[in-house]
Write a protein that binds this ligand. Structure first.
Ligand SMILES: O=C(O)C1=C[C@@H](OP(=O)(O)O)[C@@H](O)[C@H](O)C1
Ligand SMILES: C=C(OP(=O)(O)O)C(=O)O
Length: 450
């Protein structure tokens, strides 16, 4: 089976297997880029293609580790997986993934959760991860509870990996908490149409990450699955006995990763044209453009191309960050270089991602000399017009933290070293290469953390 992304030795980005990065200050960033394919649409389209009978083509798939994790797990479950040019051709297993398989979704939270939902179609699937300190610490209990209320047998280590799930289940009405992650509800949405009785989902708690839930509905529709939802998404109805319809889907550009490129471009002099970012897109991180504009950035749109004229002074904002959860780290970099004090509210779920993106951000920014405070569900940063740099920062094994620290390094007076920078490959393998084409300079010494 062909795999996306890193496959041992040197990877497609031409960088070593594990590396730190030394980020040199950039006088300016100038050039044109095409946004990489969306992580969240890639994972969804690949899964929906596997749940269809017949052959689907997912055009322009991401080459990130998370995409690779999904492809690997679907292959292990019995799907035919072939990479042809930039596309994935998937021969689906329909409602019948192989039983008795152990899946390893790597460090991919959404991939893991979506597959856990679908595992209720099997008479036993085990889940392990080689990231015990990251995915292994993320909570799965809300989804396991919903699955067990539907009649699945579940086993786990205190609601975390490693775990196992056995069906079959019939479906019906079920509650699932959406307070810690939307991925639990998305997981059940992928499962629902293939159950005899379908699913009447009741999302409980203060629902977080509405945008990815709408992307899941969008994906179901793209594969011919009927589903309806209340405006606030607290009730989602998926009739049972349906089939996913195989077909051809095109992955749109990735807003979360692009938010980091945009944050870099607005904070340095120069000009960037970033294409492949469609205007009417359900990715919540599209809002990053509005936030940067509100901060004072010169950012315009020409169709699917975003044009940035960088180096304008930025000022602080206060925003609810839940709608653009995967862009908060990128925007925090802009906030750290802006005048005034920025607060991201309603971002508690950031604590439950690849690292604790509230406390770990505070620690790293404080080490860079910034003033940062946190509450349970907010992060506040006071910007500085002049960042000294000259320090080593911990990437916390988290691609979004690495993006944040890289953007800061480009604006610092002395280079910043970021440990474990290879974890950028989880979502954006070409991140450093893309910035290099704009004029940034990096060194890639041996990694000093895993
Ligand atoms: O459904 C998805 O693809 C995702 C949902 C979000 O997670 P939460 O729902 O946990 O916020 C997001 O952070 C993640 O990167 C991808
Ligand atoms: C949190 C993220 O991903 P996931 O939850 O899929 O691991 C992310 O991409 O920032």
């Amino acid at each position: 089976m062909l795999r996306a992304g890193y496959a041992g030795g040197m990877s497609a980005d031409g960088l070593p297997e594990k590396f730190d990065v030394i980020v040199h200050p950039a006088a300016e960033l100038r050039g044109e880029l095409r946004a990489q394919p969306s992580k969240n649409y890639t994972t969804r389209y690949l899964l929906a293609a596997a749940l269809a009978d017949g052959e689907s083509r997912v055009v322009g798939v991401a080459t990130s580790e998370d995409a690779g994790a999904m492809l690997r797990c679907l292959g292990d479950w019995g799907a035919g997986v072939e990479l042809v040019g930039g596309d994935a051709v998937i021969r689906g297993f329909g409602a019948g993934p192989r039983a008795g398989v152990t899946l390893n979704p790597g460090n991919a939270g959404a991939v893991a959760r979506f597959l856990m939902g679908v595992a209720a179609l099997t008479t036993g699937t085990a889940f392990v991860t080689d990231y015990p300190d990251s995915l292994g610490k993320r909570p799965q209990g809300d989804l396991l509870e919903a699955l067990s209320r539907l009649g699945a047998r579940v086993q786990s280590r205190d609601g975390m990996f490693p775990l196992s799930i056995s069906g079959p289940v019939r479906g019906g009405v079920v509650e699932v908490s959406a307070e810690r992650s939307s991925q639990y509800a998305s997981a059940l949405m992928f499962l629902g149409p293939l159950l005899p009785d379908g699913l009447e989902l009741r999302l409980t708690g203060d629902i977080k990450s509405h945008a990815p839930l709408r992307q899941t509905l969008d994906t179901l529709a793209a594969f011919g699955v009927r589903a309806s939802a209340s405006d606030d998404l607290s009730r989602i109805t998926i009739p049972g006995g349906q089939a996913y319809r195989a077909g051809r889907v095109l992955v749109p550009g990735d807003y979360p990763g692009s938010a980091a490129i945009l944050a870099a471009a607005v904070t340095r002099p120069g000009e960037l044209r970033l294409s492949n970012l469609r205007e009417h897109d359900l990715q919540g991180e599209r809002e990053a453009l509005d936030v940067l504009r509100e901060m004072g950035a010169d950012l315009t749109r020409e169709g699917d191309t975003v044009v940035v004229r960088g180096g304008r002074p930025l000022h602080a904002v206060t925003r609810d960050g839940d709608g653009f959860t995967d862009a908060v780290q990128a925007l925090t970099a802009a906030a750290a270089l802006a005048g005034g004090t920025t607060t991201w509210e309603n971002v508690y779920t950031l604590r439950l991602k690849e690292c604790d993106r509230i406390s770990d951000t505070r620690r790293e920014l404080e080490a860079l000399g910034l003033t940062v405070t946190e509450t349970q569900d907010s992060l506040t940063v006071t910007g500085t017009p002049s960042l000294a740099g000259g320090v080593t920062a911990d990437g916390h094994g988290d691609h979004r933290m690495i993006m944040l620290l890289t953007v800061l390094g480009l604006s610092a007076q002395s280079p910043i070293r970021i440990t474990g920078a290879h974890h950028i490959r989880k979502s954006y393998p070409m991140f450093f290469r893309h910035l290099e084409t704009l004029g940034a300079r990096f060194e890639y010494p041996e990694a000093t953390r895993d």
